[in-house]
Ligand binder design. Sequence first.
Ligand SMILES: NC(=O)c1ccc[n+]([C@@H]2O[C@H](COP(=O)([O-])OP(=O)(O)OC[C@H]3O[C@@H](n4cnc5c(N)ncnc54)[C@H](O)[C@@H]3O)[C@@H](O)[C@H]2O)c1
Length: 419
Amino acid sequence: MNRISIAVAGAGDRGATYASYAIEHPERVTITAVAEPRELHRNRMAELFSIPADKVFCSWEEMAACEKLADAVVIATQDNMHTEPALAFAELGYSILLEKPMAPTAEECSSIVSAVQSAGVVFAVCHVLRYTAYTRKLMKLLDTGVIGEIVSVQHLEPVGYWHQAHSFVRGNWRNSQESSFMLLAKSCHDMDWLRFIIDRKCLSVSSFGSLKFFKPECAPAGAGERCMSCGIEQKCPYSAKKLYFGLFDSGKTGWPVNVVAPEPTREKLRDALANGPYGRCVFACDNDVVDNQVVNLLFEDEVTATFTMTAFTKAASRKTRIFGTAGEIEGDGKILKIFDFLTDTETVIDTSSLEPASMAGHGGGDYHIMEDFVAAVSAGDQGLISSGPKVSLESHLMAFAGEKARLEKRLVDLSEMGS
Ligand SMILES: NC(=O)c1ccc[n+]([C@@H]2O[C@H](COP(=O)([O-])OP(=O)(O)OC[C@H]3O[C@@H](n4cnc5c(N)ncnc54)[C@H](O)[C@@H]3O)[C@@H](O)[C@H]2O)c1
């Protein structure tokens, strides 16, 4: 395999994660350019990969103003900043690894797909759940017909009470105008994964959901504006002090603590919680994304699925039950339990030993998507990518249709979305 070069646009949490593949496999990848406005993050990546100064930029716009600097680019800017760099880098001939969601509107998603297709570059959307050892094992089982024909699927995304508070009440994905709605921001993964395992087109959806709890009228009596100065903080499960100092004091200084205070110390964390967004009371934020949503989906061949996303769980892996004509599969991201109707027996498969030792985020999906993307760019073969432009657009349209169904309180046919 020929070694490829990658430029990183957005060296935040995700950009740094994907770039770390080059530390694992310097024989396959070099990181040759970075664009990042935050000095700490920009310098950190430049130093880590010895990137020359003339290839270190403060923004993707500056990087895109140069001639092509690498074989591929990782675009890991925030949700509403994907379209413009994707169009610009496609035109320059870069292969693109694009973070999900592709873009906040269906029209922008379509424009990205048109641009990469006419540029003829390798393109992958970071639907990392497709790439895990767990999903790959599950797909192999389904292909063998172990449960017969899939009739329906029940899928749960237990976001978790503190993860919801961190990302979707206080954090980057709290407000649909600033980033995107929940079904797109978080659950486009789930729409895509359901599309993948069911392996049929989605035809129509209905949906209900709301921001039921994290709003001012649900604040308990005596709640303050900020956890650091709140009189009832010790009785609140959503306390920022409990969450971030709890993690920090047990030695966990990575995500989500380093999002609150990069290179955290106790003092930096105290200052961030006293003054920054992550110290706000969960009932006094500018959040509007839902904290619970259900979606019903009808696929080709009368296959049905139900999806639930909820904040009100312990943070846990997604849980799925797949109901087939000859058996049932229950999975939790690691363990697969296969029940066979003919023999009334259960087989249990633990896929955790198949996960990579490093870049283990998203059940190893972070590692394996990079592995496949690098191989695809090296070979110039889009066929090595599972989450390419057409299918990613399709699953994004499922999320847009789901949100339309929720807002308009009606069943939405995917054909309405141009699918
Ligand atoms: N695939 C997944 O499972 C997964 C998980 C988490 C986040 N995401 C997605 O990844 C994306 C990035 O999320 P994150 O958590 O890394 O966020 P982040 O805020 O840590 O990183 C985004 C970075 O983009 C930088 N940036 C802003 N303007 C820029 C510009 N003009 N040029 C270059 N860089 C610029 C920011 O300074 C920041 O460092 C989001 O779209 C998010 O939804 C995907």
